[in-house]
Ligand binder design. Structure first.
Ligand SMILES: [Zn+2]
Ligand SMILES: [Zn+2]
Length: 306
């Protein structure tokens, strides 16, 4: 009996201490689940949370008046605030009659003890913000984002985050390393494409098993070019040994891995990285693509090639 009472007390204490359910709280701008660390505290132990999309938290905290809608009467705390222990931002009163929703999306609200206090909050929301937002601002950029809202620059904007959660490029040096890395990735993709073509040619020359036919039975199945030179045997097909195919497949996998990584970088919408990717591909083309050879490649001769 005593134990169950104790358990109940612990449970009640936990509920009282609990805050709003952040896992069920959504961004007022895009309706995505919020990031608990991206929060602006509001007096009365309240808060507004945002997702980690670049700009959303900034917009909410710099011009809250444009996102707060008229106060509505509330009888009890709705989700996700059912277990939150809060007070009116104006007077600290623990019971609420009105809620001011953050719009146009999400389910966040500021609660007030009366219509009067709700109006006071609406008139000047920033006056009820406590302290400045969590300070993750550096000289170079602030916060972190894996994807900007359209093309933007990291310079004095939001810090880009690429590939991994911890890879936040929040200083000029880190950004420069990232930029060079993306350029090199572009070069590597072009180089690999060329290596693949060169290997394929070399394998075809050295290891391919050619199948020849002296007589052509089904003329319709063959190209005109093939029929044009009907002296001697015709090359019907070439077969590469399995190990050659495996090597080519391996090189192809590396090329695709590089290309996809490059795509992920471009998809952050960080303007500098977009240019880095294009510069890298351009340099790779310039240094590795055998442009003169392209003319030859575009002119396959089925009859007279060895
Ligand atoms: Zn958002
Ligand atoms: Zn109040």
């Amino acid at each position: 009996m005593e134990r169950s009472v104790l358990l109940l007390l612990v449970l009640v204490a936990a509920l009282v201490a609990a805050q709003q359910d952040v896992a069920n709280t959504f961004c007022p701008i895009c309706n995505m689940v919020v990031v608990p660390s991206i929060a602006q505290a509001i007096k009365g132990n309240q808060a507004v949370y945002a997702c980690d999309m670049a700009g959303h938290f900034h917009q909410l905290t710099t011009s809250p008046a444009t996102f707060l809608r008229g106060a509505a009467i509330v009888k009890q705390l709705p989700e996700p605030y059912t277990h939150a222990k809060m007070g009116c931002p104006v007077c600290g009163e623990l019971s609420f009659t009105h809620a001011i929703p953050w719009a146009p999306h999400g389910n966040q609200k500021i609660f007030a003890c009366s219509e009067d206090h709700a109006k006071q909050i609406l008139a000047n929301p920033t006056a009820y913000f406590t302290s400045t937002p969590q300070n993750d601002t550096t000289d170079f950029c602030q916060g972190a984002t894996g994807m900007y809202d359209g093309f933007q620059s990291a310079f004095h904007g939001f810090c880009p985050r690429i590939f991994f959660e911890s890879w936040v490029l929040d200083s000029t040096i880190k950004y420069a390393i990232g930029f060079i890395g993306v350029v090199l990735l572009g070069v590597a993709v072009e180089a690999l494409t060329d290596i693949q073509a060169a290997l394929q040619k070399r394998f075809a020359k050295r290891y391919a098993v050619s199948i020849w036919a002296k007589e052509v039975d089904d003329e319709d199945a063959l190209s005109k070019e093939l029929l044009a030179c009907d002296n001697g045997p015709h090359l019907v097909s070439r077969r590469l040994p399995l190990w050659c195919k495996a090597i080519l497949a391996g090189v192809y996998m590396c090329t695709m891995a590089g290309a996809y990584l490059l795509m992920l970088v471009v998809m952050t919408y960080e303007t500098g990285f977009f240019f880095a990717a294009i510069i890298g591909l351009g340099l790779g083309f310039y240094f590795f693509k055998d442009v003169d050879d392209l003319v030859m490649e575009g002119n396959p001769d089925p009859c007279c090639s060895t």
